[in-house]
Structure formats: C-alpha cells, structure tokens
Design a protein. Structure first.
Length: 272
C-alpha cells in the first residue's frame, strides 16, 4: 500500500531517467588485463560538474543520471599514465567507453585522445536525435520544435489542423496513446487526446530524441514512439538569445494553379 501511494504521489519521478544518459566501460592495461581500483572521473564540459567512479575487480565502471552534454572521461591509477577520452552523451543514450592505460611514472602527463564514438551495446531500439545545431538551423513556421520530428524516419504529419494537428509515427497518430512526450523526464500528454499539453520555447530546448518501437518497459502508455525532450541547463557563463523571424507576402511564391498570392504575413519576436 505504501509503495502504491508513493507511485501515485510522485508519478513524474518514474520518468526521470529518460532525460539523462549513462556511460560504462572497462579499464585495462596495455596487455588487456583488467585494472581494478582505477579512479574514473566523468567531467561535464558544459558546466564543469564531475562524477567520480572507481573500477570494480573486473575493471568495470558505470556512471548514470548524466545530463546530455559533451564529457571528458579520465582514468587515473598510481604507476600508470593517465588517459582521457572525449565523448558526447545524448538524451536517453547508454554508451560504452573503454579505456586502456600504459605503465608509466607518476610524473607523466595525462594523455587525452579525440572524441570517442559512442557505442550502445545494451539497446537495440531504433532512435533519432535532433541536436541543438539542427534546432537552430532548421525552419519552423509555427516555432514548435516538435514539428521537426516529422523529418525523422517513420514519421509524418496527419491531416488535422490546430488541436487536431498530430504527428504520427509508424502510421499511428498520438490520439489514444499513439506516442508519449516527455519534457525533462516528466510526461506532458493530454489524457484525452494524447497530444502534449505543455510546450516550451524552441530556444530553451537543448535536444530531443525519438524512440521508435522496442523501447524500454519504463516508457508505458505508448504504441509507436516516445519523444523525450531535454531543456537547456545553466553553465559557467551567462548567456541568452533573441530572435526575429519575418515573412512578407511580397516575397512569397504563387502556387502554379492560383491566380493570386494567398495572404500570408508573419512576424515573430522573442528571446530567452
């Protein structure tokens, strides 16, 4: 009874891990032997926050609940030359980054290599990420960033407009739990129509990921896809943005079959 009450009181907590990432790996010496007791430091290069792990007797480490960001993963052990790898963790990813250390003196410098490709060996579901650079560069008439999901494989618009304008994945629209939308780990679905009830400005979004089919059991109440959105977090430097988007009828092209240009003027101003 107590467990049921806690679940009912804090349902959003069940989704929290969907807005973060995880990374794991094995630390070995130059002969391939596992190295236990290695200090592995995971540094968020966006804000400097660190998480420290120590490898187990099998040389394995794992870090969870990491905000999506570029990271530097360092491995240090007395008697070995320190190494570091750079990797970018995306929302919902669970990647593997293995590290190899060579025997060396304590005074030797840390060896940093380029960004390592993130390999996800524990997940098989198809997914796509819309990154910050794409959110900034791709045009959207309505300034609704979720419409960019219609550019991903297996998705597209439905015929409705306004409240009834849905995105469909695998031929299933979001009515009646076609897909679930999460913002920073919390569900924002309309219980009647399935469409998101809360939206955030496009400038506040860091990235979002669409899982299509075969998603984990943690994502309930979805048939075709799960859309998980991560908003931007603070950093070490103050920053902001402002925008102006304008479209004038004089610059619009006329439909080949139309006799006149349809009226369409749009001005959007804002910032964050």
């Amino acid at each position: 009874m107590l467990a049921a009450a806690l679940v009912a009181a804090r349902p959003s907590q069940l989704w929290a891990q969907s807005a973060t990432a995880a990374v794991s790996g094995v630390v070995t010496d130059d002969t391939g032997g596992a190295l236990p007791g290695v200090t592995v430091t995971i540094v968020n290069k966006a804000n400097g926050v660190t998480q420290v792990q120590v490898t187990n007797p099998e040389g394995r480490y794992r870090a969870v609940a990491l905000p999506p960001a570029p990271y530097e993963i360092r491995a240090e052990l007395a008697g070995f030359t320190g190494v570091a790898r750079e990797v970018t963790l995306r929302v919902g990813s669970d990647g593997t980054v293995d590290l190899q250390m060579a025997v060396g003196g304590l005074a030797e410098n840390l060896i940093v290599t380029g960004e390592a490709p993130l390999v996800e060996v524990t997940k098989s579901q198809p997914s796509s990420v819309v990154e910050a650079s794409q959110l900034q560069a791709l045009p959207t008439i309505t300034r609704n960033f979720l419409t960019l999901s219609q550019l991903l494989p297996g998705s597209g618009p439905t015929a409705g407009t306004g409240k009834f304008a849905f995105t469909k994945f695998g031929g299933v629209a979001d009515q009646r739990n076609g897909y679930t939308t999460l913002i920073d780990g919390g569900s924002v679905d309309d219980t009647d129509w399935g469409s998101p009830t809360i939206n955030v400005t496009q400038d506040a979004v860091q990235e979002f990921k669409v899982f299509r089919n075969q998603f984990d059991a943690q994502y309930g109440a979805a048939l075709s896809a799960v859309v998980t959105v991560v908003t931007k977090s603070g950093g070490n430097q103050a920053s902001g943005s402002a925008f102006y988007f304008g479209r004038d009828q004089a610059l619009n092209a006329k439909n080949y079959f139309a006799t006149t240009k349809p009226p369409f003027d749009q001005t959007r101003v804002g910032g964050s």
